[in-house]
Ligand binder design. Structure first.
Ligand code: DGY
Length: 325
């Protein structure tokens, strides 16, 4: 019996592809350039599953002639490139990779907070440039203890970040669409967005990108923050109006920014944000460790195998169309 066909429209980790090849025929786009959408539509006509990579947009239009697709599964917790409503309408379960990356992303998020608060990158450059010992001053940091962090988007990863913040002696405020029921357990305090912006020394974004969060951080939001505030984004780049952020840094509305995600991505090396000299940017590496990326692709392969066998996906976003046990 021939194996089901899984389309992988870009480069992917070898361990994941090897595991997938045990039970599927992989049709993979191996060029460095993005796969042309029309060609992907053509490939999907005969495919049984899709493993999206490179944030390709997955929607009804992409899948309109893909009559055999039984599952779409991707290796990330965020899925703003996937039109889940469309997939649900088509009866196709979609799997993402929550949980396996929670601690890893929280570690990166808090690394950004710590590095930014003590200007680690600039101070390291101070030494390598030979400035140390030449009558010049290193760059002064600010304390995290007895300060307040405001987390916008307190889900699993946000909570994990809050644990790290508390270990550093910080008070944790948060804002979500709805207040959580476990504030006393986690020692977190729910506040309005305005209160969070006004009171936080560190404002950290860990929210998903939705219509509601698109450009949530605009000129008005930055104006509501303390002039000494550190702004950290580990959610999605488009939650922030990048021009407004660059302006807020330039004009001193806020003090500094540390970003794992940007708009655009990749961020060009000569981008105005970097010209401000008040911004630490890393290239969307929240989950980028070998162990976690391994776990993410293995969970994706598990979701694909389950979907192909019409078994419930282990981590399904649209449970209403997940296969039943
Ligand atoms: C995700 O998986 O959505 C995150 O962006 C990982 O860094």
């Amino acid at each position: 019996m021939s194996k089901p066909v899984v389309v992988v429209p870009g480069l992917q980790r070898r361990d994941g592809l090897e595991a997938l090849s045990q039970f599927a025929t992989i049709k993979q786009w191996k060029e460095a350039s993005p796969m042309p959408r029309d060609l992907l539509k053509e490939w999907l006509k005969d495919a049984d599953a899709l493993w999206p990579v490179n944030k390709i947009q997955v929607d009804k239009d992409l899948l309109k002639d893909a009559k055999n697709i039984k599952v779409v599964a991707q290796s990330s917790v965020g899925y703003d490139n996937i039109n889940v409503d469309d997939l649900t309408e088509l009866g196709i379960p979609f799997g993402n990779t929550p949980d396996v990356l929670t601690e890893t992303v929280a570690e990166l998020a808090f690394t950004l907070v710590v590095c930014a608060s003590r200007r680690i990158v600039e101070n390291a450059a101070f030494v390598t440039s030979g400035a140390w010992g030449k009558n010049k001053q290193p760059i002064k940091g600010f304390d995290l203890s007895r300060r307040t962090i405001g987390i916008v988007g307190l889900g699993k990863i946000g909570l994990s970040i809050s644990r790290r913040a508390r270990a550093f002696g910080m008070t944790v405020l948060y804002h979500n669409r709805h207040q959580r029921s476990d504030d006393s357990l986690y020692m977190t305090t729910y506040v309005s967005m305005d209160e969070l912006l006004a009171k936080s020394d560190v404002v950290l974004v860990m929210a998903p990108l939705t219509e509601e969060t698109y450009h949530l951080f605009d000129e008005t939001a930055f104006k509501k923050m303390k002039k000494t505030a550190l702004f950290v984004n580990v959610g999605r780049g488009k939650i922030v109006d990048t021009d407004a952020l660059a302006k807020a840094l330039e004009t001193g509305e806020i003090d500094y920014a540390a970003l794992d995600v940007t708009d655009p991505e990749p961020l060009p090396g000569n981008h105005p944000l970097l010209q401000t000299g008040k911004c630490l940017v890393v290239p969307h590496i929240g989950s980028y460790t070998d162990r976690t990326r391994h776990d993410m692709v293995m969970l994706t392969v598990e979701n694909i195998r389950n979907g192909l066998n019409k078994h419930p996906l282990t981590t399904c976003v649209n449970e209403e169309v997940n296969y039943k046990a």
